[in-house]
Structure formats: C-alpha cells, structure tokens
Ligand binder design. Structure first.
Ligand code: 5AD
Ligand code: SF4
Length: 443
C-alpha cells in the first residue's frame, strides 16, 4: 500500500536559511513528502542550521539530541542536517553523532531528494558539502517557490567576499555572486501576478549587487526597476554593508515612494580602532555621514543595526564610543551580540583576554540604552494613524489581523479578512514590546 511520507523541518538563522527552507519544502513535496508540524509524526527530520555564533551552533546539537530517542524508537527515521553548521562541520557531524544519517551543505540544497533516496534505499549515511562553481550556482539560484503570501523574499545575491574578521559567513556560504537582474525582475513580476504586495530583496550584502558583473545594473538601478513593477506596493532590502551604501542608493530613499522608510545598517562598533580590527572598511565618521545623508533625503527614515559587544581587545573607551554612536543615531532597534570566536576567522586568532563578566556587563548597558530609545519610538506612536500593509490573520486569535508599518513594526487590530493585501490607515492605541495594538478607522 502506498503511504505518503512525512517530513519535519526546523529552520534557524537568517533569511538566507528561510529561503533555502522554502526550497527544501518545495523539493520534498515534489518527491512525495508531506510537511508535518510534529517531529514525532515524521519519517524524515531536517534541521536547517546557523553557525554565525557559538550559541546558534550549540542549539543545533541540543535539538539533535532531543531527536535521538525518536530515532532509537524508530530506526527507519531519517535525521538530516543542512545549512551553515553542516557546511562548517561536515564529516565531524557524522563522526560526533552516530545516529545522524545525512549532512548537506549550503550549496547542496538541490541534491536533497537524491540524497534522501540514497539513505532510504541503501541505509547509507550521506555527506555532501562541496562548494559549486559560479556557473552551476547561477543556474541553481533560489527561485520563486509556491505560495500566495502578501510579503515575499527575493534573493538577489548570495555569498560574501568581505571577510570581516569575526564572521563565518564567507567560509560557510562561499564567494559572492549576483543573480542576473533580468531574472530578479521576472521573479518580482511573477510574484506580483500571484498577489504579492511587498518584496524584500535579500542577500548577504545587497549593496554590492552587480559590482563584479560587467554590464550588470547597480543595486540602486535594480531597485528603481523593481519600483516600476505594477502591483508591488512596498519594497525592502537587507542586508546592507555601510561601506557599499552608495549616494545613489541613499537618494532612492528620497525618490522611491514604494521603498519603505527603514534601513538595517549594521554598524558593529562605534570605535574606529575596533572597526579597523574588524576589517569593516569604514570609520565612525564615514558611517555617521551616511546616516546624516539618509536623514537628509528622507527625514522620517528609521534605522536598525547589529552591534557586537566585547570584540577582542575592546577597551572601556571603545565601548563608550559605541554607546555615543547609538545616542547620535538613535536606532529604532539594535540586535546586539556578545562576541563569539568562530573557527577559521581572523578574530579567532587575536588575543582575547576580556573577562566574560565584563562582556556581559557591557552587553547589559547597551541593552538598557537601546531599550530607552526603542521605548521612546514605541510610545511616540500611540495616537498616530499609520499606513499598514495587512499581511494576514494575527497569531493572537480570531478576528484579529496583523500587518506592518513602513518601519516594519507589527500592528495587530480587529478587522475582516478581506483587508488582507491592502494598505490601510490604522490608529495606534497601545504599545507592546514587539508589536502595537491598533483600531481600524474609516470603517
Ligand atoms: N560573534 C558575535 N556576533 C557575530 N555576528 C556575526 N559574527 C559574529 C560573531 N563571531 C553578528 C553580527 C552580524 C549578525 C548577523 O551577527 O552583528 O551583523
Ligand atoms: Fe547564520 Fe550566517 Fe548562515 Fe545566515 S548565513 S544562517 S546568519 S551563519
């Protein structure tokens, strides 16, 4: 008797992994698998992993440990690991975890059905972590997957050539490649045709899009062409490296109506000495100058950032520079991380004698300062009427809808599902940490 096979997929990390997971779902569905919400019901369990910090990596081992009893109870269960930990650890994962069946790297998602078949058929453990050449990668670029959501991600480039001294990404995602602009634009048109209203153009560093391809559009030029596509009403992009944020791209925030007034512009540190050690390629002043220009062309733009606390050799003065930069920029939100040495990176070789307690104390001070700023933004919103793109039903319950403002804040409010996909005015009545409550007006 034919039995439909079931898979369970867990995704960690950034949008690149989210997009890869969409592709995994597509591929597995096409090979006869159905996705389930409970790992206990699955014949195949996959983890798409992140290794950007040690904590993220350890989480993967923790989760795998939890699946071991399922595997003990059902030896036919297939357990696989993909993504950045798979790429980084490869063979070592199979050695460390005898109950693991399958390891596939960041360039090998397309091979998944074939690998799963191999494990099923021959009960053979599989490892596939080779990096592919540029031509093959271009042919395999993540493409539009099924779905009809209002907001969609479109991958425009992959990989990274920056080699910031703390970062594992270039090691686990490989060299930077840009997807041909014609393909990107076709995909956005297709998404618009199936009801998408907002696209987020993604890549490890979208600002350097096209730079290495003779004759290709620049990122700002690509953005202008996406802007011209009918049906798309909002555009976002991430992530931006400050050194590659061109004047032309800054001008887009003043010119392009559909471009949301939010930019994630990770600064990492406010100290020139640390920025240099991080090999970031900009100074505090050149960063702040770009922020000034952004605010000049688009006065209500809001910025978010990533900051690393306790980079090797960070002094109290260096840290004070980070806090003063935060006070100057006033970020809407900051994602802050305690420095974590990553294997194979330059920073992992640096002398690192900062006591853990000091790192933690700085981290707490940074969080407290950012919380003040975030709270000011949150509270200033109350009473305002903001334009919200309605994305779907909220997780809170029946009858409640959820959408976002141009600044990417989640707004929940009561309303009818026929508003999904529309941009509507909502009055903000209450602020929570990660969302606002609103009420519909003009209804
Ligand atoms: N330690 C701590 N944080 C890191 N990040 C990247 N590498 C490390 C590391 N080794 C942070 C950076 C980056 C974000 C995605 O993760 O702030 O922007
Ligand atoms: Fe994590 Fe970086 Fe991999 Fe994204 S690319 S999943 S952030 S290690």
């Amino acid at each position: 008797m034919f039995m439909e096979k079931r898979f369970y997929l867990e995704t960690f990390g950034c949008q690149m992994n989210v997009v890869d997971s969409e592709r995994i779902v597509d591929l597995l569905r096409k090979s006869g698998y159905r996705q389930v919400d409970d790992s206990a019901d699955a014949d195949l369990i996959l983890l798409n992993t992140c290794s950007v910090r040690d904590k993220a990596e350890r989480k993967v081992y923790g989760h795998l440990g939890r699946y071991k009893p399922l595997k003990d109870a059902n030896p036919a269960l297939i357990l696989g690991v993909g993504g950045c930990v798979a790429q980084q650890e490869g063979e070592r994962l199979l050695e460390k975890l005898p109950y693991l069946d399958l390891v596939f790297g960041t360039h090998n998602v397309h091979k998944l059905p074939e690998l799963v078949k191999k494990v099923e058929g021959q009960r053979e453990r599989c490892l596939e972590t080779d990096f592919l050449d540029k031509e093959t990668r271009l042919q395999l670029f993540p493409q539009r997957t099924e779905g009809d959501s209002v907001t969609r991600f479109v991958t425009v480039m992959q990989g990274c050539d920056n080699f910031c001294s703390y970062c594992i990404v270039p090691h686990v995602r490989g060299r930077e490649i840009s997807r041909p602009s014609g393909e990107v634009l076709d995909e956005v048109r297709e998404l618009a045709a199936v009801g998408a209203k907002e696209v987020t153009l993604i890549g490890q560093n979208v600002n350097s899009y096209g730079c290495k391809e003779p004759g290709e559009l620049s990122f700002a030029q690509l953005l202008r062409q996406v802007h011209a596509i009918e049906g798309i009403e909002r555009i976002r992009f991430t992530t931006s490296h400050p050194k590659d944020l061109s004047d032309d791209l800054i001008d887009c925030f003043g010119e392009l109506e559909k471009l949301c007034k939010h930019l994630h512009l990770p600064v990492q540190s406010g100290s020139n000495r640390i920025l240099e050690l991080m090999a970031r390629g900009y100074t505090r002043d050149s960063y702040l100058e770009k922020v000034r220009r952004l605010k000049n062309v688009c006065p209500d733009i809001r910025l978010t950032s990533d900051i690393i606390v306790g980079f090797p050799g960070e002094s109290e003065e260096d840290f004070a520079e980070t806090l003063s930069l935060m006070a100057e920029v006033k970020y809407l939100d900051v994602y802050s991380f305690i420095y974590s040495p990553r294997p194979g990176t330059k920073a992992a070789e640096m002398i690192d004698d900062l006591p853990a307690a000091q790192r933690q104390a700085r981290f707490d001070r940074l969080l407290a300062l950012q919380e003040e700023h975030s709270q000011q933004f949150r509270e200033a919103e109350i009473g305002k009427v903001l334009q919200v793109l309605v994305e779907g039903q909220s997780r809170q319950g029946e009858g409640q809808l959820s959408g976002r403002t141009t600044w990417n804040r989640i707004i929940n409010f009561d309303g009818d599902t026929d508003l999904i996909g529309k941009i509507i005015p909502v009055r903000i009545v209450k602020a929570f940490r990660n969302s606002h409550l609103g009420t519909l007006i003009n209804q």
